[in-house]
Design a protein around this ligand. Structure first.
Ligand code: ANZ
Ligand code: ZN
Length: 859
């Protein structure tokens, strides 16, 4: 009696079975080469979305593939569970952030289990667990000991009424978004991690990451932004003896062409330079204006180049010329030295500035064999060339002159070679509750005192009230804040800031290697065995921050002697977004599919417009809830669709038809086995030992061609969509099985069916396990060896075909024995000898005798 494909039933059955048998438990002592497969862990926001389904389905295909391929697999899952949404939910719904977070974890874990992902749940970690975050604190203290964690004043937006720091986005027209008080700029002490110490190594390491997408490496290199050049000192005229302005330049070869100097508005020397000068007021007003503009638009967005003369001059160390000093809005205090020697003839930005303010231009580099007049220039000449107006360096190539000029500066003590990075130290202080407390204590007598190791973890206090004041919530909790100084025993106070949650995610992959370890962040030998992560999968949005911080942490932990690897992630796959078209009603805005009925808005009855395909998001109302899809079609269809619809690194467009199609295919696979259960029953799979030919050989060959293609697509290219297509083709061919299904035929058929189930199992594991069991297999599929391709089976017999043109033999072609008319005709037309006789003539008729002859009738 035929049975029906019932995903709900079989999926639950196999999920229970995998759990019961501990199918995915990792063990460092297990057989085979280790393979650490990891997907970026999620923030427990409440319910999973399609982006999660896609990300974790991609990971699961690889996990199951590598496991079946004989590797000793580690495939863990956890929760990036500190962060702002929990705190917002706490305020809005009056629920404690911990409660909210753990409830979310619970429901998302269940959703993951319903999708049949192959995680070792025994290794689950949550970063908000004190047993986890105590090690953040421990690392912090290790870094503090080594000078890698330090406190620095930096300027922030401060609301004097709310007594809190405001992010740039919280300042509206220079006023606090909450209380509308005028915002002040305030210097605040913040904790920083010295990632800049590792800038060079992080940059060089990019060259070793040969299995990362080039795009991500480019972004990391750019973020680190290494520039090679020189620092040059320009003594201030009439300054205090040895006052000088130091610039960073990548173009020392242009030193003879400097005609003014530009300082950042925040440059510390500005105050002294303008003191008592006529320009003082104007400069102050300018600086104030720039500050406001940047607040409003952001530093990056300010387009117009503006500046003001300070009234001061400095001296060019090479030429002795007096150079006017300006303050300019485009010079950034955070880069280089915050001062730029301006060369309008060879730097476009300086050129525009000079034109605006009528400053002189002096050409010092010209294209070889050409003259250049400063007055007639329409843009700066930024290319290489020959030095002119540059004293002893005239006539040299400018690249060569760089070395000579820097040597000269170094010998005179007025400059030196220097490297500058765009990368800044990582500010980790957050005025938030739901994060890892920074483990330091402030004592009036002793200053900053680290919390002693034995007192870790510093646990977040549970009872907390979120006032609307926006004050760092921990500051209000006396029982937390008030503490005895570990050094002198006197009254002291704790740090009230918590850490940036990116600290939590910078080492979680190490914790998975020994997640229940209590005396160390992780066991050294376990970490050494499993690390590095062999394949890491996540969104492109983490291309810089998370991936850079995790690399930084790994290097620091290596230097502390905790791990051996230099890099945490060997191979990286960044998956694309899940998208769907948006629907809009002219009156009611974005509509979800449920709010539309036959092209009309359910609310107002107006006709709706179907818009562009965009990333699924709640605000655009174009999301699809995974639960509904799983409910209706099962987890296997849901997984299969997200894997089939696009290659992983591309964006995926949601399509209801596509989901239907995936479901239909799985049903077809079900019927293939079900309809043929008698044939398949008492027969062993063909193993190729005793040869076969003709149709059987063809089908046997197809099985192995499919094995080869699917294996390569999964492993080498990660192109799951084409792997799935190949399996579909094989299933189609099996539906069209010709002739008998008994004896040897049945064996070849069975080999093909078994192979389909193996190959499909990483994508649709539940269905395949069930059918595998129905084939009478005693070993579950996940423990079955991935099928190997027999090269022997791929060989196709070749035959020679005689090609005639108008009945006369003109050529002989070697083609596959099973080649059809179309294929032979194509091959024949490419043959030189045949071409010679056909030329431009039209083919009127083709006579084809398979394996023997083709006659092309032309005229
Ligand atoms: C003189 C000069 C002449 C420059 C010339 C360029 C071309 P990258 O390559 O990005 O490192 N610069 C230095 N510090 C700056 C700051 N704080 N804000 C804005 N600009 C700054 O850029 C280095 C160049 O950017 C430096 O070389 C300096 O201008 C400018 F024909 O010095 B150059
Ligand atoms: Zn003290």
């Amino acid at each position: 009696m035929p049975s029906k494909y019932n995903p709900g039933e079989i999926e639950e059955k196999w999920q229970r079975e995998w759990e019961r048998s501990g199918a995915f438990k990792a063990d460092a002592g297990g057989a085979g080469e280790k393979f650490y497969l990891l997907e970026m862990f999620p923030y427990p926001s409440g319910r999973i979305h399609m982006g999660h389904v896609r990300n974790y389905s991609i990971g699961d295909v690889l996990a199951r593939f590598y496991m079946m391929s004989g590797y000793n697999l580690l495939h863990p899952m956890g929760w990036d569970s500190f962060g702002l949404p929990a705190e917002n939910a706490a305020q809005q719904n009056n629920i404690h952030p911990a409660k909210w977070t753990y409830a979310n974890i619970e429901s998302m874990r269940n959703q993951f289990k319903r999708l049949g992902f192959s995680y070792d749940w025994d290794r689950e970690v949550a970063t908000c667990d004190p047993e986890y975050y105590r090690w953040n604190q421990w690392f912090f203290l290790k870094m503090y000991e080594r000078g890698l964690a330090y406190k620095k004043r930096s300027s922030v937006n401060w609301c004097p009424r709310c007594l809190t720091v405001l992010a740039n986005e919280q300042v509206e027209e220079e006023r606090c978004w909450r209380c509308e008080s005028e915002v002040e700029e305030k210097e605040l002490e913040q904790w920083f991690l010295k990632i800049t110490d590792y800038a060079d190594e992080l940059l060089k390491g990019c060259d070793t990451l040969t299995e990362w997408p080039e795009r991500v490496l480019t972004m990391q290199r750019h973020w680190i932004g290494r520039s090679v050049g020189a620092e040059v000192h320009f003594p201030v005229i009439d300054g205090d003896g040895d006052d000088s302005i130091t610039v960073f330049t990548t173009r020392p070869d242009t030193l003879y062409g400097v005609t003014f100097m530009s300082l950042a508005p925040e440059h510390p020397m500005v105050k002294d330079l303008i003191q008592g000068k006529n320009e003082e007021e104007a400069v102050r007003a300018f600086i104030e204006r720039v500050r406001r503009e940047e607040k409003r638009a952001g530093v990056e967005a300010v387009q117009e180049k503006k500046g003001v003369f300070t009234g001061a001059y400095c001296r060019n160390p090479l030429t002795g010329e007096h150079i006017p000093v300006y303050v300019a809005n485009f010079v950034l205090m955070g880069y280089g030295t915050g001062a730029v020697m301006a060369v309008p003839t060879h730097d476009q930005r300086d050129f525009e500035f000079a034109r605006e303010y009528g400053l002189p231009l002096k050409v010092v580099i010209t294209p070889a064999g050409e003259e250049m007049e400063a007055e007639s220039m329409e843009a700066a000449y930024e290319e290489d060339g020959i030095m002119v107006n540059s004293g002893p360096f005239d006539g040299m190539g400018n690249r060569e002159a760089i070395e000579g000029i820097v040597d000269h500066l170094e010998s005179e003590g007025s400059g030196k070679r220097a490297v500058t990075y765009r990368l800044r130290d990582w500010g980790i202080s957050r005025q938030r509750y739901w994060g890892c407390p920074i483990p330091v204590i402030y004592c009036e007598k002793c200053g900053i005192v680290p919390v002693p190791n034995d007192d870790l973890p510093v646990i977040l206090p549970e009872d907390i009230t979120f006032t609307d004041g926006g004050v760092s919530p921990l500051k209000e909790v006396d029982r937390f804040m008030e503490v005895k100084c570990p050094a002198c025993g006197g009254e002291a106070r704790r740090e009230s800031d918590t850490m940036d949650t990116f600290v939590d995610s910078s080492w979680y992959f190490l914790r998975y290697t020994s997640p229940r370890e209590r005396s160390a962040p992780f066991k050294r030998d376990e970490a050494d065995y499993w690390m590095a992560v062999d394949h890491y999968i996540g969104g492109i949005e983490h291309a810089v921050m998370h991936l850079l911080y995790a690399r930084f942490f790994t290097k620091v932990l290596r230097d502390i002697g905790l791990v051996t690897v230099d890099e945490p992630f060997k191979k990286l796959l960044t998956q694309g977004m899940v998208c769907k078209e948006i629907t809009r009603c002219p009156k009611d805005g974005y509509l979800s599919p449920e709010e539309v009925d036959e092209g009309r808005c359910r609310k107002c009855g107006d006709e709706v417009a179907i818009g562009a395909v965009e990333k699924m998001s709640k605000s655009k109302r174009n999301t699809i809830d995974p639960d509904g899809i799983i409910e209706r079609y099962g987890a296997d269809t849901t997984r299969l669709f997200t894997l089939f619809a696009a290659p992983p690194e591309r964006d995926l467009e949601w399509s209801d038809d596509g989901v239907e199609g995936s479901y239909r295919f799985l049903r077809r696979v079900w019927r293939l086995v079900d309809d043929n259960s008698d044939v398949l029953a008492g027969v062993a799979p063909y193993d190729g030992a005793e040869g076969c030919d003709g149709y059987l050989r063809e089908m046997h060959g197809l099985t192995h061609r499919t094995i080869k293609k699917v294996t390569e697509d999964i492993q080498r290219r990660n192109h799951f969509n084409t792997a799935i297509s190949a399996i579909m083709e094989q299933v189609n061919a099996l539906y069209q099985w010709k002739g008998e299904k008994s004896g040897k035929n049945a064996s070849v058929f069975r080999e093909a069916v078994e192979s389909v189930l193996c190959l499909l199992s990483p994508f649709a594991p539940h269905l395949c396990e069930e059918l595998w069991e129905r084939l009478g297999m005693s070993e579950p599929l996940y423990r079955t060896k991935w099928p190997a391709c027999r090269e022997e089976a791929l060989k196709v017999d070749e035959v020679f075909i005689v090609v005639q043109v108008n009945g006369k033999v003109r050529s002989r072609l070697g083609v596959a024995a099973d080649a059809g008319e179309e294929e032979v005709r194509k091959t024949a037309l490419l043959d030189d000898k045949v071409q010679e006789w056909i030329g431009e003539k039209a083919i009127k008729k083709v006579v084809f005798v398979p394996k023997r002859l083709m006659n092309l009738v032309v005229g």
